[in-house]
Design a protein around this ligand. Sequence first.
Ligand code: UD1
Length: 424
Amino acid sequence: MSKFIIEGPVKLSGEIDVKGAKNSALKIIPAAILSAKTIHITNLPNIEDIDKSLSLIADLGAEVKRDKSTVTIDPSGINKTELNPVFANKFRASIMFVGPLLARFGEVTFHQPGGCVIGASGRPIDLFIEGFGCLGAEIKYTEEEFYHLKAKKLTGCNYFFNVVSVTATEAMMMTAVLAQGTTTLQNCAMEPEIKSLADYLNKQGAKITGAGTPTIIIEGVDEINAGEFEIIPDRIETGSFAIMAAATRSDIIIKNCHPDHTRVLLNIFNKIGVPFTESKDTLHIKPTDKIKPYSIKTHEYPGFPTDLQSPYTILMTQAEGSSLIHETIYDRRLLYVDMLSQMGADIIMCDPHRIVINGPNQLYGKKLTSPDLRAGITMVISGLIAKGATEIDNIYQIDRGYEDIDGRLRALGADIKRIGTLNL
Ligand code: UD1
């Protein structure tokens, strides 16, 4: 198993490029199934979750040709409607293949998906199942935890999401594209990745309006095309790098990003005294002496993203005063806090969803294990702030979402070594 060893503290400087958004690419790849034509995707991040997604579509019979950050997928040879559990169970986003297979082939079989362990009872898929049922799919669930979904022809429906969910919104939107008639989705998630998926589908002939708002309307069409699509920049990488710069009091230019997609974080930077300038696709974070505390509550977009909650916590360990972090989306997303306490952070766990941080704290290097993807990048940031050596195990969890993170941080001046091979 490979690990990182980071020597800190360090001030970073230079430029870092943001890669394509993992959470967009993981939806555009399965969207290829909606058409028999070839799709060419650019700005693809070179990370483990994308490899898994491409392996899964190849296993269904698609021809996949990858060259670094681009991929061409020819789905005309797809000859299976069963998601191979060997590939599908390794990542939660495999659920994104279900809707397109059902929409184009009228049936699909799959096992309950895996992924980050950040929800109390795993991560439910009840909204997907209910939504596919609303579109007319007949659903069977076996003792071996396989779902069989069938529909001769899907029909448009009105569906209201009782819980705001990114992937469930995207799944219903993709599936309804080939349904007969009009589908109205209410209480939808509004993340930029959803708008981007709608832009791709509309470019290929789908009729979707309202993506990026709580109500999305899809007029079903008989078929769609496929073509070129560029993945939008990863807003969580952008935010993670911005927080890393602020926490290490560094001068970093973050390039190829959409600052507007991290507006809530930038508004908070204004309040806590982190100086920055921005242009359409660049963010320049400048060093500061004093960071003020500021409490946050995670919220669906455009609120504070749960995926930036743990990096923000590390920033608050460097702020002068107390702040409250309230994680409202997931039940098990504060598990990393113990590790920060071991490093010297003064953090009180109020209940499974809330912590109070009393800063500023000098952190000291420790041996850590990354529990999930976003906590993993937090450990990296904490290693850059801490005095001495920080050793991070289970970095597979970081490689899943951040391309060549050690190489890119070394280019900014970080002393970070990878022991073992890249987990790709
Ligand atoms: C997506 C992102 C993930 C991010 C999360 C929240 C992808 C591949 N992943 O995850 O990085 O952390 O949004 O921004 O895009 N829920 C249900 N039933 C369902 C589905 C979800 O109750 O059928 C609940 C979840 O338990 C959670 C909430 O809805 O409490 C939000 O989850 P959701 O938006 O679905 O997150 P993901 O789509 O899994």
